[in-house]
Design a binder for this molecule. Structure first.
Ligand SMILES: [Zn+2]
Length: 268
């Protein structure tokens, strides 16, 4: 083949490739546009969907856990992502919470920007977030209610301080708080306990990850809430595993023993 013929063939091939490349670009752009539009449609549907499932989820949790919610909580969708806390840097990388409960202002926020919106599975993710945040909301309201009752009865600062749900967000508080929220979530999703006693971390540095706090927290509180419902939740919040953090079984045994004692249980 002569050099001039080779050059000619190259020119022909280049020209032929142009429309193919253009079609590919259009298809690629079309795909992205369709994806963007379908996500936007889902994004706009989330508030109405949440309002429609909220009463049903709350009733189901009340029936399964043996509690009574303190009214329908406010839900906000307009909280900037920067207000939402980042949760752990673990093997999955840095994660941003797409659901959040604000205990000071008593509202649940759903951060649609932080959510991975899958146009086919968004409903189950939204249901999961709402169920989980209702657990945080219930625990906070229960605590506020009991504090108010004791304040009225005793009006003693020491008692008030003792009953205030700790704000330090220590590892013990996180375990119990997320464990309770997970319990409310699993009551709706039907998810099983994937954590084993042997997964319980032996050193404190190993608690700071998603699996330990969320799955471990659920594993920690499960037998207590299952047997004692509201009283169990209240006890867990007031008597979290401060000194026996490294000994899961001992803490669960102690908690269940106290709650079975009527003289102790009447305070919770
Ligand atoms: Zn949570």
């Amino acid at each position: 083949m002569t050099n001039s013929l080779l050059q000619e063939l190259k020119e022909v091939a280049k020209e032929a490739a142009k429309p193919v490349a253009a079609i590919c670009c259009l298809a690629f752009a079309g795909c992205h546009l369709a994806n963007f539009i379908s996500k936007q449609i889902v994004y706009d549907k989330i508030p109405a969907y949440v309002q429609s499932i909220l009463p049903e989820i709350m009733q189901e949790q009340e029936r399964k856990i043996g509690i009574k919610h303190f009214g329908i909580p406010n839900i906000r969708y307009d909280i900037p992502s920067s207000y939402n806390p980042k949760i752990f840097n673990d093997a999955k990388g840095s994660m941003k919470a797409d659901g959040h409960y604000n205990p000071l202002k008593n509202y649940i926020s759903i951060d649609r920007n932080a959510m991975n919106i899958d146009p086919l599975r968004w409903k189950s993710r939204v249901k999961q977030i709402v169920s989980h945040e209702l657990g945080h909301s219930y625990a906070d309201k229960l605590n506020e209610n009991i504090c108010a009752k004791y304040n009225k009865k005793y009006n003693e600062k020491a008692i008030r301080d003792d009953l205030v749900w700790p704000n330090d967000y220590s590892i013990e508080t996180q375990l119990v708080s997320e464990g309770i929220a997970k319990y409310f979530e699993h009551a709706i999703t039907g998810e099983k306990d994937r954590f084993k006693d042997s997964d319980w971390p032996s050193e404190e540095k190993n608690y700071h990850n998603f699996k330990a706090i969320y799955d471990g927290g659920y594993h920690l509180v499960k037998p207590v809430i299952k047997r004692h419902g509201k009283k169990g939740i209240n006890f867990l919040m007031k008597q979290n595993p401060c000194n026996d953090l490294g000994n899961l079984k001992e803490y669960q045994k102690r908690t269940l023993r106290h709650l079975s004692n009527p003289d102790v249980a009447r305070y919770f």
